[in-house]
Design a protein around this ligand. Structure first.
Ligand SMILES: Cc1cc2nc3c(=O)[nH]c(=O)nc-3n(C[C@H](O)[C@H](O)[C@H](O)COP(=O)(O)OP(=O)(O)OC[C@H]3O[C@@H](n4cnc5c(N)ncnc54)[C@H](O)[C@@H]3O)c2cc1C
Length: 421
């Protein structure tokens, strides 16, 4: 029996573990979170449409009947390839084989101070923090008597016109158009400024022209201002600077514009390539360490003729790579090169407003929205989660009203300390 450590229980890690032969491998899953979660719906957490627990599933429950799998909570601190050991925040573990499936993290392209000053939706923690920020600004805006300051408090800038940016901007637009008049009578929706900036000449760069144009129209319908060919160059003291030299005040900046591989301390420099991703061959083996080191999913850089800069950082390449690697590890031989089967892409901008490019078919509107909901629903882990999400969606669709716009402030101290007295 070989010891195999899998770093990361996301789409790649989880599918790999499920496919590995329990008679052949003793598996240790290392993840800093004790749950698997579903990033495509993070934007709904950030916009108070779903609770974090609706799209998260505990590893211990997932593997309760798998005697060969153990879960180890911890953040990876060091990988020692020579001694085949891994050190996390809490322990050092030995392995025979190591699979790195730690995903990606925000990339601010060298802009200073961004991590401290901007909000994100890259993890469930970030999405929850962003949700609290949005609710806080709406409440403070409702109290503010100075019209100019109120407009400042209610200014939200989304940076990045990929699916995540389009989805969070659309959700904010729905809040502005449909929820504010119902729940915040003190606020005039005109005081809320939601703007999305994208450096390229179109939104959703990887999608068809038709989908790009539809998404732009949907955002406009939802009162979102979209600026294309606009690149952010910095953000300090709530002032955003753009490449053309313009400077503007934005109270809340939500960053969705770039990712890079999650850093893995201890890996030799030559194993890391473009975008901080780990260089692998067509079998997901890390170059130079083919017999025991593997990388999968967002963090893996597999350069092929069709994908010279690596596969898209999306769920499907991660899942497909994981399934193939599990099969070849079980067989003990690597005979089949990875070939990505692109099932298409989708993005939703709001109720009845989505775009879908599925193989040769491109469509939008309600049909795309229903397709998007169906595909996402069946992909969420756990029957209870699926039912909760579906009930939430039906409720929100019929009433525009959710009980989730709650501003919890977790603290171990008496609450007044939280307010600074
Ligand atoms: C907001 C958002 C929306 C998205 N929407 C879509 C979509 O609609 N369709 C689509 O196909 N893709 C979408 N994606 C991309 C998709 O989520 C990723 O491509 C996919 O999750 C990659 O899978 P993975 O297993 O490589 O990494 P992940 O799913 O990110 O899993 C990585 C795991 O590693 C753990 N981890 C990370 N670093 C460490 C560390 N240092 N120590 C210990 N554990 C660690 C994490 O906790 C996590 O559990 C979206 C991503 C985001 C952020």
């Amino acid at each position: 029996m070989e010891n195999i450590i899998v770093i990361g229980g996301g789409f790649a890690g989880l599918n790999l573990i499920k496919g590995l032969d329990p008679g052949k491998y003793r598996i240790m899953l290392v993840d800093r979170n004790n749950f698997h979660c579903f990033p495509p719906l993070f934007y709904q957490v950030a916009s108070s449409g779903l609770e974090p627990s609706n799209i998260s599933f505990p590893f211990r429950r997932e593997f309760k009947n798998s005697k060969n799998v153990s879960y180890h909570m911890g953040h990876v601190k060091n990988i020692d390839l020579e001694n085949k050991s891994l050190t996390t925040s809490y322990e050092t573990l030995k392995f025979d084989k190591l699979v790195i499936a730690a995903g990606s993290t925000n990339n601010y392209f060298g802009m200073e101070g961004m991590a401290e000053n901007v909000f994100g939706i890259k993890t469930i923690g970030e999405a929850t923090y962003t949700r609290d920020e949005i609710l806080d600004r709406l409440e403070r805006g409702a109290l503010c008597q100075d019209p100019e300051r109120r407009r400042e408090l209610l200014s939200f800038l989304v940076v990045g016109g990929g699916p995540a940016g389009v989805e969070i901007a659309g959700a904010l637009g729905e809040m502005k158009r449909d929820i504010l008049p119902r729940e915040y009578p003190e606020l005039n929706p005109e005081d809320v400024n939601i703007t999305l900036v994208e450096g390229a000449p179109a939104l959703l760069g990887a999608m068809s022209r038709d989908s790009q144009e539809k998404a732009l129209k949907y955002l406009k319908d939802l009162m979102v201002d979209v600026r294309l060919n606009t690149q952010l160059s910095g953000y300090h003291d709530k002032v955003a600077t753009f490449k053309d030299g313009r400077e503007e005040y934005w109270e809340t900046l939500i960053w969705t514009a770039g990712v890079c591989g999650e850093p893995m301390p201890g890996l030799p420099k030559e194993t890391v390539g473009r975008g901080g991703r780990i260089i692998v061959d067509r079998y997901n083996r890390v170059k130079g360490y083919e017999d025991f080191l593997f990388a999968l999913g967002d963090i893996a850089l597999m350069e092929t003729e069709k994908y010279p800069h690596g596969h898209p950082q999306m769920a499907q390449p991660a899942i497909q790579q994981a399934k193939l690697l599990a099969k070849q590890l079980n067989e003990g031989k690597f005979t089949t090169e990875f070939e990505y089967h692109d099932k298409g892409s989708m993005a939703t901008v709001g109720k009845n407003r989505a775009v879908a490019d599925l193989t040769s078919l491109s469509f939008g509107g309600r049909l795309a929205w229903l397709t998007w909901m169906f595909i996402h629903l069946i992909s969420i882990l756990g029957m209870r989660n699926k039912i909760n999400v579906l009930l939430n969606w039906i409720w929100n669709y019929c009433t525009y009203s959710t009980s989730l716009r709650l501003l919890f402030r977790p603290t171990k101290y008496p609450l007044r300390r939280h307010w600074g007295d």
